[in-house]
Design a protein around this ligand. Sequence first.
Ligand SMILES: [Zn+2]
Ligand SMILES: [Zn+2]
Length: 330
Amino acid sequence: MGIGIRGIINIIRLHYGQQKLPALLLHNYDEWPQWKKLCYKNLIGCHVSRMLEFNVALICWLFLFPKTFSEAKEWQLCWVLKVILFNLTCEFTICGFWHWLTYESIYSKGKFKEKKFNPINPYECHDKKNEHLLEHEILISTLGWLHSAMIQCTMMWLWASGRVPYYADFWKYPLYSIFLLLLITYWRQFHFYWSHRVIHPWWNINYGLKDGDIGAVFYRYFHSLHHKSYNPGPWSGLSMHPIEHFIYYTCTYFPLLFSCHPLHFLYAKFHADISPIGGHDGYADPGGDSSFHYLHHAKFNCNYGSTLINFDQLFGTYVDYNDYKKLYSK
Ligand SMILES: [Zn+2]
Ligand SMILES: [Zn+2]
């Protein structure tokens, strides 16, 4: 899961009938026993696959903060606009490129097409339901990126004006800093499951407030917008109602509770911004490879979280993609 340079190279190689790039340092991975694969995935792979999210956070800290942070003691249009511009550049570069690669380019028309979970391209389908789907998703995703850019501005203002404590030297507390950075990967999955589960019906889709089903109300009025993309693409990830954006991005509020380095906040923020791109692109490896979340969109009442911390398995809502395919191919 996750998108990056390796995925791009493998999509191009697949188009020309070449083998995938061999896995670095992971010799004979396919022959590993299941427990070893699971340990690798949950302890190392889950962080390695988020290199893009981390690198964007690092670039933001190294290049945007020196130009903006000293001015952030007070709200001024100049530094706020720089933060917004940085975020929108990331959105259109990363999401726009991944959409082009997986839905528009010549590489999306050949062998890679066979990797699509739902063979129909929703952006080419002239179904009335899908009219202006792409424009709609881009517009709403942009509202999401603007929302997270404003959280970033607020956090910068709180830190720079001394209202909320932070530390500027990442290596001042090396163990704490690294531990917290690694923890964010798991925190995001934990937060995503619960913040997503509560906006789906708790008991029944037809229920409402009088039946004590706040989830059904949240779903009906807010989250159903995200589920309009039942055959999702890269722009579907942040295509959410603004109320859902608010709930979703609360995963970045932890610096209000304890002192951390800005990189911790930025990693959580860009993780929330970028990880849905691969999570929704609708393709198996070498695409985003999130059959798990694809099934959530296709079926609606399963796979609410992720495979990293699999609450769905615990609560009986997990559906395996291979089982689903077997069932529907009968
Ligand atoms: Zn959902
Ligand atoms: Zn989704």
